[in-house]
Design a binder for this molecule. Structure first.
Ligand code: GSH
Length: 338
């Protein structure tokens, strides 16, 4: 029996720091356990899948997969809320979280393992987490092992010499879209973080730690970097930043901005990143999984994207579709059925 939540994770894992940021924001007592080699047997005795994060509840129950973990915990620890009261905004927040987990992970993985300087930097930092306390000189074998293991995995996310420019383009475009949004509000939807923030934070914090994308962010995305610093441990109090929710809106809350303001501000990002890249890719992947194909190609802005179909992404698209079906208020015309 454990008395508080335990999170087995890695600083270098986007999904681990996403869940930790959520716990910190909720001020839920928890222990962060770096999944080093030393803690591996203990992790393996609990894990159904060899993936971090893994959360062990005070009653001993074990959960994996960051989105269901947060959803399950949110129902048990609803305050402060990490979803807007408006069903439309809550869906858009979940949609952006899904985009971050599934599509933005491609730029994250691609930048980390494509160029020698980024590979060397990431492998050394992961090795330090695996063997904490060892001097860097003694980590050479682990660094070499990690590079040999991770670089070939680029193909699993669809990163190749052909798709690299498209993946990098989508990241640079995202920075351009995010910057004014995060300069305007403390968090994406207002004065408090929501699911969209936690999902984006996980991936973008990793990108900000790898040399090549970090340089781009320093040059082009100061407001995004300031938001990343806030997201490490978002304060639980509300900072309305002067915004006020309209009184005639039944779903009004002071934590998140109004539907009208957010729809107008988020539309360019949603159109470009979610409707432009994520949804066509996710639907093509789903069709390829159903057809049992070995590879699929889909036309995205900037060229043809080719990848091996992945069942996990198809399952999570189906869950997103269920969320959409549960929204009974009208969705904007520009958000097509999927
Ligand atoms: N969908 C999962 C993804 C978890 C995942 O891919 N975790 C990676 C690290 S970010 C992992 O543990 N990979 C196994 C490994 O690298 O050994 C989630 O949201 O938690």
């Amino acid at each position: 029996m454990t008395r508080q939540y335990r999170i087995y994770g890695l600083e270098m894992s986007p999904y681990s720091i996403k869940v930790r940021s959520w716990f910190r924001y909720k001020q839920l007592p928890h222990e962060w356990i770096g999944r080093s080699m030393e803690r591996m047997p203990e992790f393996q005795s609990l894990a159904r899948l060899p993936l971090v994060p893994l959360v062990q509840c005070p009653d001993g129950e074990v959960m994996q997969d960051s989105t269901p973990i947060i959803e399950w915990l949110e129902a048990r620890h609803p305050a402060p809320p990490t979803q807007p009261a408006s069903p439309l905004l809550a869906f858009l927040s979940a949609l952006i979280e899904e985009y971050a987990d599934e599509w933005l992970n491609k730029p994250m993985f691609h930048y980390r393992w494509s160029r020698p300087a980024d590979c060397a930097s990431a492998a050394l930092r992961i090795a330090r987490e695996q063997l904490p306390g060892q001097p860097d000189e003694q980590l050479a074998n682990m660094v070499a092992f990690l590079q040999q293991r991770m670089v070939p995995r680029l193909s699993l996310v669809g990163s190749s010499a052909e798709t690299g420019p498209l993946i990098e383009q989508s990241f640079r475009q995202l920075l351009v879209r995010l910057e004014p949004l995060l300069a305007k509000r403390a968090y994406l939807f207002g004065a408090r973080p929501c699911l969209a923030d936690f999902g984006l934070y996980g991936q973008l914090q990793q990108l900000a730690s790898d040399p090549t994308p970090a340089a781009l962010m320093k040059e082009h995305a100061p407001a995004t970097l300031a938001w990343l610093a806030r997201m490490d441990s978002p304060p639980a109090g509300t900072d309305t930043g002067g915004s006020s929710a309209p009184k005639d809106n039944p779903h009004a809350d002071t934590e998140f901005d109004s539907e009208a303001a957010l729809l107008a501000d988020l539309e360019p990002l949603l159109r470009e990143q979610v409707l432009g890249y994520y949804l066509p890719w996710a639907q093509a992947n789903e069709q390829a999984v159903a057809a049992g194909e070995e590879h699929f190609s889909v036309a995205l802005p900037g060229g043809l994207f080719t990848q091996q179909p992945q069942k996990y992404h198809a399952r999570s698209l189906a869950m997103l579709r269920q969320r959409r079906a549960a929204v009974t208020v009208p969705l904007p015309d520009w958000l097509p059925a999927f």
